[in-house]
Write a protein that binds this ligand. Sequence first.
Ligand code: BGC
Length: 759
Amino acid sequence: MKGITIWMLGLALSWSVSLKAQTDIKMDQFISDLMGMMTVEEKIGQLNLVTGGEAVTGSVVSTGVEAKIKAGEIGGIFSMSSPARIRAAQELAVKHSRLGIPIIFGMDVIHGYKTMFPIPLGLAATWDMDLIRESARIAAVEASADGLNWTFSPMVDISRDPRWGRISEGSGEDTYLSSRIAAEMVKGYQGDNLAANNTLMACVKHFALYGAAEAGRDYHTTDMSLHRMYNEYFPPYKAALDAGAGTVMTSFNDINGVPATANRWLMTDVLREQWGFKGMVVTDYTAINELVEHGLGDLQTVSALALKAGVHMDMVGEGYLTTLKKSLEEGKVTQVDIDEACRLVLETKYKLGLFDDPFRYCDEERAKTDILTTAHLAKAREIAGKSFVLLKNENNTLPLKKEGTLALIGPLANTGSNMPGTWSVSADLENTPSLLEGMQDALGDKVNIVQHLGANLLSDAAYQERATMFGRTIPRDDRPEAEIIAEALQVAESADVIVAALGESSEMSGESSSRTDLDIPDTQKRLLEALLKTGKPVVLVLFAGRPLTLTWEHEHVPAILNVWFGGTETGKAVADVLFGDVNPSGKLPATFPQNVGQIPLYYSSKNTGRPLADGAWFEKFRSNYLDVTNEPLYPFGYGLSYTTYTYSNIQLDKTNMKADEKITATVTVTNSGNYDGEEVVQLYIRDLVGSVTRPVKELKGFQKISLKKGESQNVFFEIGVEDLKFYNDALEFVAEPGDFKLFIGTNSSDVKEADFSLL
Ligand code: BGC
């Protein structure tokens, strides 16, 4: 029986393999035939990606798009939406260009399309892989209903520098967590069938190391050892590709002297030869042109360099369109280089089913029925509630009672447009409920909400203007700060409790929004100080696109709920959590430092040769600072709940493990408080002795469990040799025999530990 099953399985496998091979052969044949009819100009035209102008992130905007489509000079358009606009552009390509090759339509669908989910850093804080995948699935359903078939997501750049505004767009500091999320996002976008009319092709970005920009300044230089690249920064990109991501975007930065967009080692040796990627590589916005500024030569030279490096599609800059033919004639690139790039662009379109039906994503009906549905909004509210991280809750200040008078104060209390966060270009910001509206919706007249807004306390006007990216502004008034604060205090007077909605505006993080001071803006701090002086309980609802420095707030404010930017349903979701309908369960995907000087600060650092003793602060000739401890304010993986969890000691089923064996580690987690809740149980490992230095802890697993109050659950983790592997000095992926420590706990600092050995 068993033999038969295996035989049948084998047959099924060989059928599916041969089916795949047949599909590939069919595709190859189709594309070869098509390319046989194409002129050099038409082939180069396929490599040109232009913008439809809905979200502009650079100084150049595409022009003459209509004429270029007809001339066969455009392969793709991004930042254009709606079935009508896309159908019109597609018709030009299909009916009015010589060969009728369809266009691919892309967009930055980063954390939702019209139904916005939390910013990616917030999504990561849910540690909930199913929900993260579902958010990407919903984003794909909505975006494809609006005509799109390609998203520039997931962004998987590891960042350990919260000065960098784009830390908001990734999954934080950790390699393992980011890799898991990268794979789920790709599965959510692409589904099982790329040619279905409700899936998007994913584009993993920004390859590579964009999040390691020096000093956290956007677009800045990156210089990194191979050891760190392979062990810490590369795995999330690879995980997205292993999950099937169809395309890759280059990053703006240079890497050890060679900009990514011209980096043949990166784009060909690593990406194609080592990792076996077979899809198309697109540049970031005008990244080829920027190679001129990097100092690699004129536009013709750099365009040739990018093509030769293994970059196939040129976003906005038109270096390929305007110079490749000349370079071909001058022998600077070959016909093979151009053909290879053209083939990969055409394959992308083929896989999306565009040659079968170029209008498959232009369904006006779906645009009416599949966007902002009740189910999507409910999911957005659920996910937002799970992304919030309770940072402090002294004397159970939270949850609040649904009674009495509540003062809602602060510049972020009634700004709906500010709720979704960075990359919400496709969202209907005007109609996004604010925190005030969300609260009113949840509370009806059970609570008397008195409000005071004070929009110009957000930060000074010039700062806000610099931060504005997609033309979003927060209304300001011109009264002096003292007057505004006095009015806020008057409002607070009548209240039983004060909810202060403070922090960053959504545009203070994201692209081109690096900061060197990570405190909440001074004006808001002064307001907060005044509110605290009233002696009433103050809850800080903190909006942030990055880890902020909250040392002062932690000392003085009784309750702090970090809500990132939670998407369309932020207002309602915050009310759910503040009033205890949802028990917070988010955990930080990035360390919150005590001050900016500690950056980069991350839990998985190396021990050094002069480590500080556990719990010690300063010791001469040890690795530490004179003025601050080495500890973060809030460690990676941290987040409180309205209930409490206790962890038993760790049980190991064995303490010696052979390479082909597994160890099972078990802890019993008990909900020892007064609320039902969810807990993220985290597993970390430390390799105590290695041929290279190893981190003091590395996340290797986690489980999110639900526990009713009083309930206990045994949580099991299986550890195999794969979990112990790393890239050694020769860049071989190995596990080295020796002693290990295993930690399980509620965050990266607060853990139980056990020892085992790999034989
Ligand atoms: C960003 C990318 C984005 C692209 C297209 C660039 O400025 O770096 O992340 O996908 O613009 O909008």
